[in-house]
Design a protein around this ligand. Structure first.
Ligand code: ADP
Ligand code: NA
Length: 330
């Protein structure tokens, strides 16, 4: 039997970090067993807030970074389709048609759009139509692929719900065309940042906050960044950012419980906890670095993976577009 299809991905706005690893990448790799994965590199979505020439000029590097990051954590191009959003123009056609079914008020009421505008420094009068319509384009990405499952972060769930509503509306109005997608929201608590910038450890690790450990960081950089994290008072380990890293990367529950207990009764110092966290992190990162080195050594292979994936996505999108046009009588 055909495996159910899943769509997920990233905007190419910079390299990926440990927060992405625990929040989405690890489950993405596992889901390859049970699902046919479409993994979008959503360059058009990054244009919604970054359309200046110098920003666009950085896209090819970001695309390469993100794809290398995905391959290095174990996304398998033999099983998963990694594709570039802007290389699938049938999606724009689908998006235009889906716009006809989407009330503007539904979009302008979305907190996510206001947040993105605010983060990009845009006042209400300057919000581009492309940003307002971003959730419709995302719906087109999801529906063109007939994705049944869409793993997302909590802030993105509302967009998948819109895609779901559009699919139901379309199927009801014109006949059964689209699979009806469901969001799955990551249950992993957000990984905090490191303290390389003031207050970095009090916020979640994020691409733009200057507080990230990148997947491509060297062992020395990883260790140096972990050692910036502030030490909690003994007895307060459960609240400390360093222990969030311990929880995310020390797999053995007993070992983790011991680490808390030993620190809280003063049996070991903060440096020892840092050492244990660094060791656990390296266990995860060593195979990732090895795979990255393999893929990075053959630039053409990475490009070929993107081109092949995009060709596959194009075929699927044109098929879906044909069905949409037929159903609507165009
Ligand atoms: P984009 O710019 O592509 O929207 P984000 O940086 O917002 O990417 O992250 C995409 C997803 O990665 C989030 O929705 C979340 O699931 C996961 N993620 C990002 N940062 C973290 C973090 N610090 N901890 C856990 N998960 C994270
Ligand atoms: Na971000």
């Amino acid at each position: 039997a055909r495996k159910p299809r899943l769509l997920t991905g990233d905007r190419p706005t910079g390299p990926l970090h440990l927060g992405h690893l625990v929040g989405t990448l690890q489950s993405r790799v596992k889901l390859q067993e049970s699902h046919e994965c479409f993994i979008i590199v959503a360059d058009l979505h990054s244009l919604t807030t970054r359309s200046r020439r110098d920003e666009i000029a950085r896209l090819p590097n970001h695309v390469r970074d993100v794809v290398l990051d995905m391959l290095s954590v174990g996304v398998d191009p033999g099983r998963s389709t990694i594709y570039l959003q802007s290389g699938v123009p049938a999606v724009y056609d689908i998006a235009i048609l889906l716009q006809m079914l989407t009330p503007v008020a539904r979009l302008s009421g979305m907190q996510s759009i206001h947040d993105m505008a605010k983060n990009a420094g845009l006042g209400d009068a300057d919000v581009p139509l492309g940003l307002l319509g971003y959730p419709v384009l995302q719906a087109a990405d999801i529906l063109m692929a007939n994705a049944e499952l869409v793993p997302v972060g909590a802030d993105n769930e509302i967009h998948v719900t819109l895609a779901r509503d559009i699919a139901l509306h379309f199927n009801d109005a014109y006949g059964q065309v689209f699979a009806v997608p469901s969001p799955t929201v990551s249950a992993t608590p957000a990984l905090p940042g490191v303290n390389t910038v003031a207050g970095g450890a009090d916020r979640k690790m994020s691409k733009s906050a200057g507080n990230a450990i990148w997947l491509k960081d060297s062992p020395d950089e990883v260790a140096r960044k972990i050692r910036t994290l502030p030490g909690p008072a003994p007895g307060e380990s459960t609240r400390a950012p360093l222990f969030r890293f311990a929880e995310a990367f020390i797999r053995d529950a007993d070992e983790l419980a011991n680490l808390h207990a030993e620190y809280d009764r003063g049996a070991i110092g903060f440096a020892a906890v840092q050492d244990r966290v660094i060791e656990a992190l390296e266990k995860t990162l060593v195979p990732i670095r090895e795979r990255r080195a393999e893929f990075a050594a053959d630039q053409h292979r990475t490009e070929e993976i993107i081109v092949d994936g995009t060709i596959t996505a194009r075929k699927v999108a044109y098929e879906t577009l044909g069905k949409v046009r037929d159903a609507m009588g165009l």
